[in-house]
Structures are given as structure tokens and as C-alpha cells.
Design a protein around this ligand. Structure first.
Ligand SMILES: [Zn+2]
Ligand SMILES: [Zn+2]
Length: 396
């Protein structure tokens, strides 16, 4: 291992030990900003939101943005790793975002070490709160990008153990589903379980509504348009002899086109309101759109350029199916009005958890990538793609 690799590993372990959940990445923001300032980049942070944006200028050429995400998940880590989370409240880098932070810093180091061999501008984006679906949007809305050149393309990647270690996978077009969550609140006259005729029974109303919601995908959408709808939580009542006066439930839907997404949103609203009216509920249900992940779409032409670079570096790119898991990376392409490309890379599993059964995946308290494989593969992919795009992308 070279000195740089050794220090990247130490950096990764430090991020892993100190995870912070969405919009609370204060320490991570400070550490990342400090590391980038030490390296001579133009670095800005925002008063309004966590996250860091840094620009590396190296002569004439295209402007390429590279994105990493800073946030951890509210989980108590169970990996038993020597560098496991030390957070006081449950927090863990269970999605591998600590790999992404480290790999982006490692990529900047590679680009700095080889700056005679490329020219152009690299904008490094370290965004908050990816897991909440709103971090990219919040960072863009903070105005932080006013202080940096506008990129012509945005690149991002994610470690996974569903690909073989040191392999990469992606596809042109839609890569990841859009995801929406609505919180529905029903309020009505509750009362005694022995006198339901003097109430509107919200439990019966919710039961009917939830069954009807399940007909959106099965009966309303064209059979060749995939979508998923799940009611993931429902809360009401305290004891058996009271009809509750408040009930909440959450609806989560994932879709692969804007048309399907819009159709589902309209159908959820129509069904919730109509079922409430049918039950004789006087107060209109409240429908809050609480989580909103955009589609993650790889621009087909840009994808050709990126996959050529990945193929040259790794020998091949595995063509993956569109995945129902979501990412808010697509916000950046939309914000700048430019193409974006995202890929997955095989970061393996840390030896301490690799033999566990069932095999832990991302978002499990027992998941951890193999740090050396993940960092190395992340840096290789991001560096190779950046160098290639800087060489071939049309200049502004
Ligand atoms: Zn995640
Ligand atoms: Zn993630």
C-alpha cells in the first residue's frame, strides 16, 4: 500500500467511527472542508445547511462535478469492527457513504498528483442528507453553487456488495426509481366502541382505503409499467373499547417514469379523499408529501462516454436492471440543467461480516464494505471517468 492509500484507510475509519445522520453532518463537514483547504482547493460551506463544495481548477477545459454523500443512518451498529460507530445516539454508516467521501478525496489526490496530464475544472460536491431524499435539493437551494463554476456534467457512484468486488455496473436511461412518501392523517369523531353509529370509525375507513390503494398498481397502471406501492406504517388508538379520533398511515410508492409517478400521486389523493367522503368523514384527510426522491436517469449520450471509461479501467461494465432503491443524485443534473451519470461499484464486505448469514446488505446494522477494496475501486472508477470526460467532453 502506498502512503496515500494508508492515509485514505485511516480517513475512512475516522468517518466510520463518527457517523452523523442527515442534516447533522457538522463534524464531517468540518473535517472534509479542512482536508480540501489543505489541498489548496477553493472550498465553501453554507450557513444554512451541512455539506461542502470545492473547486479544483487546472487550466482550460470542461467543468465536471463529482458528488459524494455525507450522511449516515439512524442505526446502532452491530458489525463488531474495531472502527465501529462511537456515536452516542444510534448512527451508522450502513450505506457506505463514508466510502464515497473517502473515494472523492482520494480521487482529488489522484487528480492533484497527475495534474500535468489533464486540464479542466473539477467541482467536488459533498452533499448532506441523501437518505432523507432532500439533501441535494437543500444544498442547491442554499445558493452555495453561486461561488463555483457551473458543471457541464455531474458524476456519482455507490458502493454495493451485489456486484462482485472490483466490478462496476450501471445502465443508460433510468437507473433508479423515483420514490414518494405521503403521510395521511384522518381526524374524526371518535367515541365508545359500543356506539359506533355516533362516530366515524377511522380504523375501518383506513382498512378500506389501504385495500383500495393496492388497486393502483394492479388495476390502474398499464401492466408493462412497473411500480411498487407499500403502506409501511399505520398508527391509531390505544385500547379496544375506544374508537380513535385520529389515525395516520404512510404510503410509499416507487416508479420509473414521471407519467407513472404523477398518475400514482393523483390516484392516492383521489382514493384517500373519496374513501373518506364515502365513510361520511366531515373533515378532509390531510395528505403531506413528506419524502420525494427524484428519478435517477443516466443521460444516454453521457452514459456512452462514462461506460467507455469504466470499461477501459475495469475490463467491462455489468449492465444492471433498473433498481427500485432510490437516490437523490438526480437533483444535481436537474438543478444545473446538464446530464448526469451514476454507477455502482463492488466494494465487497469487511472480513468481519462477510461470513454472516444472511449476508448483510446496505442499511443493515451488520453491513460494512471491505474498506481497502471499496476505497480502491471507488477511486479508480471516479478518477478514470473524470480524466476521460475531461479529455473528450466539449469545452464550454
Ligand atoms: Zn442508503
Ligand atoms: Zn447510499
Amino acid at each position: 500500500m502506498t502512503t496515500t492509500e494508508t492515509s485514505l484507510r485511516a480517513l475512512y475509519e475516522d468517518f466510520h467511527r463518527h457517523p452523523e445522520t442527515g442534516f447533522r453532518e457538522h463534524r464531517t463537514t468540518t473535517v472534509v472542508a479542512g482536508l480540501l483547504r489543505e489541498r489548496g482547493l477553493h472550498v465553501t460551506t453554507s450557513e444554512q445547511v451541512t455539506g461542502v463544495v470545492a473547486t479544483l481548477r487546472n487550466g482550460e477545459g470542461p467543468v465536471v462535478a463529482l458528488r459524494a454523500d455525507l450522511d449516515a443512518l439512524p442505526l446502532a451498529e452491530e458489525t463488531g469492527l474495531p472502527y465501529a460507530s462511537t456515536a452516542a445516539e444510534p448512527a451508522m454508516h450502513a450505506c457506505g457513504h463514508d466510502v464515497h467521501i473517502t473515494a472523492l478525496i482520494g480521487t482529488i489526490d489522484e487528480l492533484l498528483a497527475t495534474r500535468a496530464q489533464w486540464s479542466g475544472t473539477v467541482v467536488a460536491i459533498f452533499q448532506p442528507a441523501e437518505e432523507l431524499g432532500s439533501g441535494a435539493r437543500a444544498l442547491a437551494a442554499s445558493g452555495i453553487f453561486a461561488d463555483h463554476p457551473t458543471p457541464q456534467i455531474v458524476l456519482g457512484h455507490h458502493t454495493t456488495n451485489t456486484l462482485e468486488p472490483r466490478h462496476v455496473g450501471s445502465r443508460g436511461g433510468v437507473l433508479q426509481a423515483a420514490a414518494d412518501t405521503w403521510e395521511i392523517t384522518l381526524r374524526g369523531p371518535g367515541g365508545h366502541a359500543a356506539a359506533p353509529h355516533k362516530t366515524v370509525d377511522l380504523v375501518v375507513l383506513a382498512a378500506s382505503t389501504i385495500l383500495k390503494l393496492q388497486t393502483i398498481v394492479s388495476r390502474e397502471l398499464p401492466p408493462n409499467q412497473p411500480a411498487v406501492l407499500t403502506v409501511g406504517s399505520i398508527h391509531a388508538g390505544t385500547v379496544g373499547n375506544i374508537i380513535p379520533d385520529t389515525l395516520t398511515f404512510t404510503v410509499n410508492a416507487r416508479s420509473f417514469t414521471e407519467e407513472v409517478r404523477t398518475a400514482i400521486a393523483a390516484a392516492v389523493r383521489r382514493i384517500v379523499l373519496a374513501e373518506a367522503a364515502a365513510a361520511g368523514l366531515e373533515s378532509e384527510p390531510r395528505i403531506d408529501h413528506v419524502v420525494e426522491f427524484p428519478l435517477n436517469v443516466n443521460d444516454p449520450a453521457a452514459y456512452e462516454v462514462v461506460s467507455a471509461a469504466l470499461s477501459a479501467e475495469f475490463g467491462a461494465v455489468t449492465e444492471v436492471e433498473p433498481v427500485t432503491g432510490s437516490e437523490d443524485f438526480g437533483e444535481f443534473g436537474t438543478h444545473f440543467g446538464v446530464p448526469s451519470v451514476f454507477w455502482f461499484f463492488g466494494g465487497g464486505l469487511a472480513p468481519a461480516v462477510a461470513e454472516l448469514s444472511p449476508t448483510p446488505n446496505g442499511h443493515s446494522p451488520r453491513y460494512a464494505p471491505d474498506p481497502d477494496i471499496a476505497i480502491e475501486t471507488g477511486v479508480r472508477g471516479l478518477t478514470a471517468v473524470t480524466r476521460h470526460v475531461l479529455a473528450v467532453w466539449p469545452r464550454p
